[in-house]
Design a protein around this ligand. Structure first.
Ligand code: SAH
Ligand code: SF4
Length: 361
């Protein structure tokens, strides 16, 4: 492999401004930048299958910088290793291969003709939550912006081909902790929300975090336009730390203060994720504790029945006890919903995602 190829970069990693600048450096004006950007992020399938579709100067630039053997750039197109559909046909899970042979999972869920994609932000995860399959596999590496964007482009293609529709919602709840990969995630989302590209509404993009306090404060201070979901799972330090090792890094007080800061600064409702685990965090007493903890913060609570994973012996809270837990929160005035259990039969539910195939590189 030549040096040039070893150092080649993804065109999908570039922001529009970076792409425009790169082309301008080679004497190409912004008409070409817009055409290339549309082709990379818009409705064209992939650049590789449509050479010849561009004006001559851009075509020549691509021949030199993309199509040549030792080209400076490549495009992020993810190869499908396998695809599984849930028995109700409403959830599809894709095992997708990255350029280094590692694999990630992306999930597409449909409810009433509206589709939500759940994308990964890392290969594995460093946070080690005991009940999560991704946490159980450990951390391998961050994804680049282009690898996050490519998952959205992948599901967009599937939706166009099979459902003649577009993606509506995006949740960063696949493999990995998005705020541990902050810069790449924010860069990817800016492209995904770009009106010249995938054009997803910022209001329909949700970042789910295990609670990295400095990054949550940064989101607030930067006026982050996306929704925030916090995986809380415990109402005090001891409960939380037993499930989430990273909880030891920031005390509950700091975490709640970060939520208040976000609330004061951004003013958008925070989604609180609570995985219900029998005997761990599902008692009436804990529900009352949670009511007190969240007092005065604008939240919507999502209860998630625990999904089974190989590395954790805990079980989901029984139905009646889940309803009792919900009732206490509702009586205190909080909006509370159950996360619909989707894709459990194909291990595409929350926390069940892991790379099942060994990396080939
Ligand atoms: N790392 C981020 C986003 C990915 S996990 C985070 O932790 O928020 C997405 C959601 O799935 C989180 O709320 C997480 O707590 C939940 N989850 C993980 N494992 C689960 C399991 N086995 N059953 C149910 N929910 C789980
Ligand atoms: Fe990582 Fe989220 Fe899984 Fe925890 S729940 S290990 S933060 S992916």
């Amino acid at each position: 492999m030549s040096n040039a190829v070893a150092q080649s970069r993804s065109l999908h990693d570039l922001s529009f401004a970076e792409m425009q600048q790169r082309l301008a450096d080679d004497g190409l004006n912004s008409i070409h930048a817009r055409a290339l950007w549309r082709s990379l992020h818009g409705h064209a399938d992939t650049l590789e299958i449509m050479p010849g579709n561009f004006l001559r100067p851009l075509q020549q630039w691509l021949e030199r910088h993309l199509y040549a053997d030792d080209a400076e750039f490549f495009v992020d197109v993810l190869e499908t290793v396998s695809e599984t559909q849930s028995s109700d046909g409403m959830t599809r899970k894709f095992l997708l291969k990255l350029r280094d042979g590692r694999t990630i999972e992306t999930v597409l869920m449909g409810y009433d003709g509206r589709f939500t994609a759940c994308v990964s932000t890392q290969v594995g995860c460093a946070m080690g939550c005991v009940f999560c399959a991704t946490g159980q596999m450990g951390f391998t590496r961050h994804l680049r912006p282009g690898e996050i964007i490519a998952q959205v482009l992948h599901v967009q293609r599937v939706l166009r081909q099979h459902h003649h529709t577009r993606l509506r919602n995006l949740v960063l709840m696949g493999m990995g902790e998005p705020l541990h990969n902050y810069d790449a995630v924010m860069k990817a989302l800016a492209t995904i929300a770009d009106v010249r590209g995938p054009s997803l509404s910022k209001n329909r993009i949700t970042i789910s975090t295990v609670g990295l306090v400095p990054a949550m404060r940064r989101m607030a201070d930067e006026g982050c336009p996306y929704n925030l979901a916090l995986s809380l799972h415990g109402a005090d330090d001891a409960q939380r730390q037993a499930l989430i090792p990273v909880g030891k890094k920031w005390a509950m007080d700091e975490l709640i203060e970060a939520c208040r800061h976000y609330d004061r600064t951004i003013g958008k409702r925070i989604f609180i994720e609570w995985t219900l685990i029998a005997g761990k965090n599902d008692s009436a007493e804990i529900a009352h504790q949670l009511v007190g903890l969240l007092h005065g913060i604008n939240v919507h609570i999502n209860l998630i029945p625990l999904n089974p994973t190989a590395g954790y012996a805990g079980s989901a809270t029984a139905h009646q006890a889940s309803l009792a837990f919900q009732r206490i929160l509702r009586d205190a005035g909080y909006p509370v919903t159950f996360r619909q259990r989707r894709g459990i039969d194909v291990a595409a539910g929350c926390g069940q995602l892991k790379a099942q195939h060994a990396a080939s590189a």
